[in-house]
Design a protein around this ligand. Structure first.
Ligand code: TRP
Length: 323
């Protein structure tokens, strides 16, 4: 067909090849969760953070707000701040302004989502930083770039908030933290947010809210494939599923095909076949214990300096020193 030949000649992006790899193999299907955050996905995630059932972000923010001065005291200056996955930047305000009261501080948010970087720059424009420089890169590439910019005698404070660490596969969290540590020098620090274990029902509600916002957020990934890769997903033929995996202590998010279907993704020149009930795994969110975080930190070359836990929602902010 002339039309599809024309479409096929378009360049296949990284997104396209990741989608093909995730949907075409013989094993369980999966899509990388980083692609959830296009402009619509980022906006939906902002709504998730307002849901009564999803207390994680508010707990993170409360801890940062309440302990910003203490954290600033524990991180000796002069310091350059970088953040892995800044999101909207709202949570970062408190710690940045506490640090900026002491001395001028530059802030380098690292994000693959341009929409999130733009949000973050406008949200934090009034904090009074010496400068905000958005870095549109993957976490480690961005961090290496930022570390290379560091002037002599300036320490790095890396923020990794919101429990994104829990979204790595088991074992990959330690590998990632070790890589972060490898970019840092002794005396640098990492402020790590981690969501803690709580009763299963409460964890499930946080990832399957009755309003359906989380479902919309997850399904938007298929919508994004339609928009950017000329896919033909009928979003009504898939449903959001959240389940707790006891063995890995994580909430798993999937998209389940309601029936057998074949879905062309024209821009990539393939069609994905789904059996009735077949699922596409999009993300897992591991829940930690307090001791587990400390052990993890030590095994990756950090010394736990302080840990703060929220009273309303079990979430821990951890200040780790590179040793
Ligand atoms: N990474 C976040 C978390 O684990 C984001 C998130 C919230 C999410 N709800 C989701 C990711 C649903 C995928 C599907 O909490």
């Amino acid at each position: 067909m002339a039309t599809s030949a024309k479409i096929l000649s378009g360049p296949v992006t990284q997104f396209g090849s990741d989608v093909r790899a995730g949907l075409c193999g013989t094993g369980p299907k999966e899509l990388p969760s980083k692609y959830l955050y296009d402009q619509l996905g980022s906006a939906l995630f902002e709504v998730i953070t307002l849901l009564p059932e999803y207390g994680l972000t508010r707990a993170d923010e409360r801890l940062l707000r309440r302990h910003a001065k203490e954290i600033a005291r524990l991180v000796p200056g002069p310091v350059l701040v970088s953040e892995l996955g800044s999101g909207s930047g709202r949570k970062t305000r408190w710690i940045l302004s506490a640090l900026c009261q002491r001395e001028p501080v530059s802030y380098y948010p690292i994000e693959i989502s341009r929409a999130a970087l733009a949000l973050c720059e406008s949200e934090l424009g009034d904090v009074g930083c010496a400068g905000i420089v958005g870095v549109e890169r993957e976490y480690l590439d961005g961090l290496r770039e930022v570390a290379a910019l560091r002037p002599d005698g300036v320490r790095l404070l890396v923020l990794f908030l919101g429990s994104t660490i829990g979204n790595f596969d088991s074992g990959a969290d330690a590998r990632f933290l070790s890589e972060v540590r490898g970019v840092l020098a002794p005396g640098d620090s990492l402020l790590l947010g981690a969501d803690l274990v709580q009763p299963v029902e409460r964890m499930l509600q946080a990832y399957d809210d009755p309003l359906g916002v989380t479902a919309a957020f997850n399904l938007n990934l298929l919508g994004r494939i339609n928009r950017e890769l000329d896919g033909a997903f009928d979003l009504r033929q898939f449903e959001h599923v959240a389940r707790f995996n006891q063995a890995t202590c994580s909430i798993e998010m999937h998209l389940r095909s309601k029936r057998r279907q074949v879905v062309p993704v024209r821009r990539c020149g393939f069609a994905a076949t789904f059996a009735a009930g077949e699922t596409v795994w999009t993300e897992s969110s591991h829940k930690y214990t307090r001791r587990e975080i400390a052990k993890l930190a030590v095994s990756c070359g950090f010394r736990p300096e302080a840990q703060w836990v929220d009273q309303e929602w079990p979430f821990a902010e951890n200040l780790l020193l590179a040793v």
